[in-house]
Design a protein around this ligand. Sequence first.
Ligand code: SF4
Ligand code: FES
Length: 360
Amino acid sequence: MADGTALTAPLGLLAELTHRCPLGCPYCSNPLALDKRADELDTQTWTRVMHEAAGLGVLQVHLSGGEPAARRDLPEIVKAARDAGLYSNLITSAVGLTAQGLAKLADAGLDHVQISIQDSDEASADHIAGYKGASVRKRALAADVVALGMPLTVNMVVHRANIERIEAMVDLALSLGAKRVEIAHVQYYGWAMENSAALMPTREQVDVALAAVERLRAKHHGAIVIDAVVPDYYARLPKPCVGGWGRRSLNVTPAGKVLPCHAAEVIPGLEFWNVREHSLSEIWRSSPAFTAFRGTDWMQEPCKSCARRDQDFGGCRCQAFLIAGDARATDPVCHLSPHHARVAALADERADVPYRYRVS
Ligand code: SF4
Ligand code: FES
């Protein structure tokens, strides 16, 4: 590694099987320029990727998209993950996946299902997803997951339109039989950046939501695990984004590019290698994008001499580029960043404008 420390093995692989999706969530983590169906990796290549990932030390694969069920060969890909010895988690919108389709995935060895819920209020949920009837289908698929005896996690992305219903959303997750709920505040890259004024919660909303999470954790202790983190724009210290660049995880895009994080393509000048031309192991060890910000040698002040540099790795490289204009800069979420005031200014930019929906 650039700073002399040993290269660790990645633990997780995010396999973005397709960018196709029936929903249009305005905070979608997919890039603004979506991969086309014709450019998607074939079944055989995904099978090889699963085995290479396991060989590299990966333990879990998150089958994501877009909507992964849009791929007809999803059962084969699940089976490849199982054969490779990986724990597989399907991250689904639930729209486009039937009970029969789910049963096939269970037979193929799927270990876990994560369903996104846009809101506890059905009309609002469908409006956020840009798809009428999505909410009913999500609830039905959640019941199918539980009936098959598979563990269910509910993922909720919170923002100005739903943040005041965190309690009702956790109650909904419990009633659906979820064992875990992930409350994720919108991360402002790509589509979410396009919609930031419409999505940004107020400081008061965030404070009330953080208190609600603490109350709900105590109330539902033992019944459901509640994962939630402070939203970046209201934090004083950054998170170790993706567990540190090139340290814990990799992302394979539908067309086969391997990224250190889902948003890495926003950083200009990074060279991403593709699984069509390189093994995952070569990419992890030596690809220019993975080595660019691995370790601490690339850091500038104030990170370079900061005691927290091996804990948060300077925060998020994508956010540093998007807000400070320099991917090597300290994440502006950090109060020591010279650009920290810009974060507070962005958090104050709110407007009641219509969503710009993501389009497939
Ligand atoms: Fe983390 Fe850098 Fe801020 Fe220190 S200066 S807390 S390493 S982001
Ligand atoms: Fe890319 Fe944080 S999202 S490093």
